[in-house]
Ligand binder design. Structure first.
Ligand code: NAD
Length: 302
């Protein structure tokens, strides 16, 4: 069996695979090279750089498994894979805590203006009065989507003394009660929350879930955080709301276009931006690599 590792993954995952297969690591492979070489492989592992398109899948007569060492499979043509009986696997649990911790980091950055204070000190200033923040304690957090990541955010927010509202049509009352959260409709969440954090997948239903109408319902002082997917928040509407003082601030790890080259959001002080690093910790990447390597091993061993 031959496995192509097309994006860099943790070495522990590679060691696991080497027990059952010949592993070729080529993390700079181009789309053209992939089309040519994929015919010689039984499995491919990607993260987000490599796109496994229908064209790639059709050029791969031996391929049995496409693995994403992470969560989203947006870069894999799952329909084309399914049509050819190719298994698509991922490691959805591996990054939940990491993304939740990043979300808390962004929340604290917004609340205490850490990004601005850091810049100011480095520029030689000591503007203590400029950086009056707010406490998270006793604030209301609105979590949109309480799945794997959303529920980890809830646990952490509660330990900060926050009251938590959740909008997730697929969560039962029993689960909500167990988590100690109040389930509300989207409108109520938007109106009552001091901070809103988004943890839903990007689907036709959630595209532009947060646009002009929703931003208008939010408190003028509210913060919004998106560590889920670009396209859930309408960035043009977000920019206008921030610019016009109808919203307190925003933190984005994901963008409609990545990188967000000419976005006017880059110029706003009340915005904290990170380059889609929500899942980027040593622990999450190690776990993702080991999980998909084990799955591939199980398939190869029958
Ligand atoms: P999950 O499937 O466990 O949870 C998603 C939750 O959203 C579910 O509980 C579902 O019921 C709910 N939901 C679906 N549609 C909804 C809607 N219209 N309104 C309200 N709730 C809705 O997913 P997860 O593992 O928690 O991941 C959440 C998101 O985080 C995904 O979009 C994923 O791509 C993203 N993510 C981002 C990074 C990053 O690097 N920033 C890393 C990992 C995951």
């Amino acid at each position: 069996m031959r496995v192509l590792v097309a994006d860099s993954i943790n070495e522990k995952g590679i060691a696991e695979l080497e027990k059952v297969a010949e592993v070729v690591v080529d993390t700079t492979i181009t789309p053209e090279e992939l089309l040519e070489t994929i015919k010689d492989f039984d499995a491919i592992i990607v993260r987000s750089r490599t796109k496994v398109t229908r064209e790639v899948i059709e050029a791969a007569p031996r391929l049995k498994i496409i693995a994403r060492a992470g969560v989203g499979v947006d870069n894999i043509d799952v329909k084309a894979a399914t049509e050819k009986g190719i298994m698509v696997i991922n490691a959805p649990e591996s990054t939940s805590i990491t993304v939740a911790e990043h979300t808390m980091g962004l929340m604290l950055a917004l609340a205490r203006k850490i990004h601005l204070a850091d810049k100011s000190v480095k520029e030689g200033r000591w503007d203590k009065n400029k950086f009056m923040g707010i406490e998270l304690n006793n604030k209301t957090l609105g979590v949109i989507g309480m799945g794997r990541i959303g529920s980890q955010v809830v646990t952490r927010a509660k330990s900060f003394g926050m009251n938590v509202l959740v909008h997730d049509p697929y969560i039962s009352k029993e689960v909500a009660d167990k988590m100690g959260v109040e389930i509300v409709d989207l409108e109520t969440l938007l109106k009552r929350s001091d901070i809103i954090s988004i943890h839903v997948p990007l689907t036709p239903e959630t595209r532009y879930l947060i646009s002009d109408r929703e931003l208008d319902m939010m408190k003028d002082t509210a913060f919004i955080i998106n560590c889920a997917r670009g396209g859930i928040v309408d960035e043009k509407a977000l920019y206008n709301a921030l610019k016009e003082g109808r919203l307190g601030g925003a933190a984005l790890d994901v963008f409609e276009e990545e990188p967000p080259k000419d976005s006017p959001l880059l110029k706003l002080d009340n915005v904290v931006l990170t380059p889609h690093i929500g899942a980027s910790t040593v622990e999450a990447q190690r776990d993702a690599a080991i999980i998909v390597a084990n799955e591939i091993r199980k398939v190869f061993e029958g």
